[in-house]
Design a binder for this molecule. Structure first.
Ligand SMILES: Cc1ncc(COP(=O)(O)O)c(C=O)c1O
Length: 485
């Protein structure tokens, strides 16, 4: 048994303490009887070193961007510079309360206002709301704006939204939550939205189309200008899922491609820590004619240079979060944008694109590449070329490759997404990894392919070296045991 296999409760020894608190100056009788404990809380009795080891070991049983390479496609797990943390932790920001009078939070409002301007300049949109707290929340907000726009014009028949078959799952889900009907448009053999398949879907019932560019295969939708013209001609709007904005930073703007509404994932593209469902921020930007439908509250700058929170607007799509979004995430992303500046921001996208293409080209001799093309920041393989089934054993799957990578100290790529390919393995290296790290990853992926071809059972049993190997993932997610019994 390893040290960390024991729970901290199992290390408990009666009377052992980690720290002696000073005598309390507050007599027990001064606490109302109803609030006093009837019995001691039942905490483990351990020394300071036990506590330190307990938490340090727990932290090492997880995997994060700070512990290793994390090529989780579609999630943009780039390094989070520590300066962002320092700025978000500044007492003047950290101590803010959302109900403070606006005269006392002018600095925070200025950040909000300047961030709106920075994002508008990066994307070619007119204005942003920073209120949504995730990408999917941004999608819902954007679709509410789309719906408000059509309703405001009395165009009530527009109840359908077109979503490509390669879309991220949150796109149709957000549309459904917004009460819109989803119409799927097929991708062609080249992995791009098929313009000929799109044309017959366009009509007076279409509210708009949701697209991400590059799409979830990492491919740039080169027909976007034609698609924008067709959708606008039919009276619809274009929604841009900006979760894949990373490779376009400083190079191409969704506004210039013809998009009317978009969201960004600050927690991806702008390097704020995320994972396990949060924390996030999904600002939504709109073209000029849609600004009046943005959610409230919004921040405006008055003539005297001060900042004011606009809380009411008749045409607004409404309020989408309790206050004004996830301010800590906004601060981190703002610090990141200022740090790179206009001059350097384009290096992020260029390097991310170069890294993805480098890995793709180096590994396509061992993994099936379904679409031969220059990719943007990510790409998708469709499983192993030789899965080892010729050995008479069951062949190694994408799940097996992902699990085996953990033994080599890498986080697994995204698997079985997008749904277009049966054995999808989606790799996104980001711009923050060195060539040496990419080379090591390539070497390991080749080694895993060799293992699969010679003895796929090595992969079937993986991971062999992690504290837990393969839990039943449904039980682990639905019925986790989180306390000592
Ligand atoms: C393409 C795409 N769209 C939307 C989302 C949803 O973002 P979030 O997880 O913040 O809701 C993601 C998440 O990774 C994504 O990759």
């Amino acid at each position: 048994m390893k040290y960390y296999d024991r729970l901290i409760f199992e290390l408990s020894k009666k009377g052992r303490t980690a720290y002696t608190l000073p005598e309390s100056g507050c007599p027990a009788e001064s606490i109302p009887a109803g609030l006093q404990r009837a019995q001691a809380p039942g905490l483990p009795e351990v020394s300071e070193v036990d506590v330190a080891r307990h938490y340090t070991n727990l932290s090492q049983m997880n995997f994060g961007v700070d512990t290793g390479f994390y090529p989780l496609g579609s999630c943009t797990m780039k390094y989070n510079p520590k300066i962002n943390e320092e700025i978000a932790a500044m007492p003047a920001f950290q101590g803010l309360h959302p109900l403070q009078d606006e005269s006392t939070v002018q600095g925070a409002l200025e950040v909000y206002y300047e961030m709106d301007k920075a994002l508008a300049s990066i994307t070619g949109m007119k204005h942003f709301t920073l209120n949504p707290c995730a990408g999917a929340h941004g999608e819902l907000t954007g679709l509410m704006i789309m719906r408000s726009y059509h309703m405001h014009r009395g165009d009530l028949a527009r109840t359908k939204v077109i979503v490509p078959d390669s879309a991220h799952g949150t796109n149709p889900a957000s549309a459904a939550v917004c009460g819109l009907e989803i119409v799927e448009v097929k991708s062609g053999a080249n992995g791009l939205v098929d313009v000929e398949s799109l044309k017959p879907l366009l009509g007076p019932d279409i509210a708009g189309i949701m697209m991400t560019n590059p799409n979830t295969l990492g491919l740039f939708e080169k027909d976007i200008k034609e698609i924008a013209a067709l959708v606008h001609e039919c009276g619809g709007l274009l929604y841009y899922d900006g979760a894949n904005m990373n490779p376009l930073l400083g190079m191409v703007r969704p506004g210039d491609m013809g998009f009317d509404i978009m969201h960004l994932n600050l927690h991806k593209t702008f390097s704020t820590p995320h994972g396990g469902g949060g924390p996030g921020s999904g600002p939504v930007g709109v073209a000029e004619r849609l600004v009046e439908f943005l959610p409230v509250p919004r921040v405006e700058k008055l003539e005297d240079g001060s900042f004011h929170v606009v809380r009411n607007c008749e045409t607004s799509a409404g309020q989408v979060s309790a206050f004004m979004g996830n301010f800590g995430v906004i601060l981190r992303a703002y610090a990141y944008i200022l740090m790179l500046g206009k001059q350097h921001i384009k290096m992020a996208g260029k390097l991310a694109t170069l890294s993805a293409n480098y890995i793709k080209e180096c590994l396509k001799d061992a993994y099936k590449l379904p679409i031969e093309s220059v990719c943007k920041h990510e790409f998708v393989f469709d499983g192993l070329i030789d899965d080892g089934s010729s050995t008479g054993k069951p062949g190694a799957t994408t799940l097996d490759v992902a699990k085996r990578l953990l033994d080599y100290g890498f986080h697994a790529p995204t698997i079985y997404f997008p749904l277009l390919f049966h054995q999808a393995l989606m790799i996104e290296p980001t711009e923050t990894e060195s060539k040496e790290t990419l080379d090591l990853f390539i070497e390991v992926m080749h080694e895993i392919a060799r293992e699969a071809a010679e003895d796929p059972d090595i992969l079937h049993g993986a991971p062999h070296l992690t504290p837990i190997s393969r839990p039943d993932e449904t039980t682990a997610a639905r019925n986790p045991i989180l306390k000592f019994e």
